[in-house]
Design a protein around this ligand. Structure first.
Ligand SMILES: Cc1cc2nc3c(=O)[nH]c(=O)nc-3n(C[C@H](O)[C@H](O)[C@H](O)COP(=O)(O)O)c2cc1C
Length: 141
């Protein structure tokens, strides 16, 4: 059984719901999710895992949340070489931040297992099912 961190930032709970569904997918694939808001995550510990799920909504003007999540992610990027990564997050009207985020994964040498998963606002049942499938994909990598 692999331990797989699901690290997220969420202001109003939408990305948190996505994170919970990703964790559910990891569990249903027989592995153990470590579900943590980014403020409670230690970057050195998270860097020690081979498979990592990261969630953050679009904030600012199409950027990652800048106070806590982006500094965490920037620091984690130094350790992503050859690690399996999935990305997810909620957005309100744009969503292009995901393309930049995906590029940062490839630049760091990480392996993005599938395109970043977006949900417009609160995730509906279909979106939650996609999050669960994303967790299963990560667990099986
Ligand atoms: C300060 C702020 C900035 C935002 N900037 C964007 C943006 O640039 N593009 C976008 O699509 N949504 C933007 N949003 C909308 C959020 O991404 C959206 O409400 C999302 O569902 C929040 O997810 P959460 O509930 O996980 O915090 C912004 C919201 C806030 C509060």
């Amino acid at each position: 059984m692999k331990k797989i961190p699901v690290i997220y930032w969420s202001g109003t709970g939408n990305t948190e719901k996505m994170a919970e569904a990703v964790a559910e997918g990891i569990k249903s694939a027989g592995n153990e999710p470590i579900l943590l808001p980014v403020a409670a995550a230690d970057v050195n510990e998270i860097a020690s895992y081979d498979n990592i799920a990261l969630g953050c909504p679009s904030m600012g003007a199409e950027v990652l949340e800048e106070t806590v999540f982006d500094p965490f992610f920037s620091s984690l990027c130094n350790s992503l070489h050859n690690k399996n990564i999935v990305l997810f997050g909620s957005y309100g009207w744009g969503g292009s931040y995901m393309t930049d985020w995906e590029s940062r994964i490839s630049e760091s040498g990480g392996t993005l297992l599938s395109p970043g998963l977006l949900s417009l606002g609160e995730p509906d049942a279909d979106s939650l099912a996609s999050c669960k499938a994303l967790g299963e994909t990560l667990a099986k990598a």
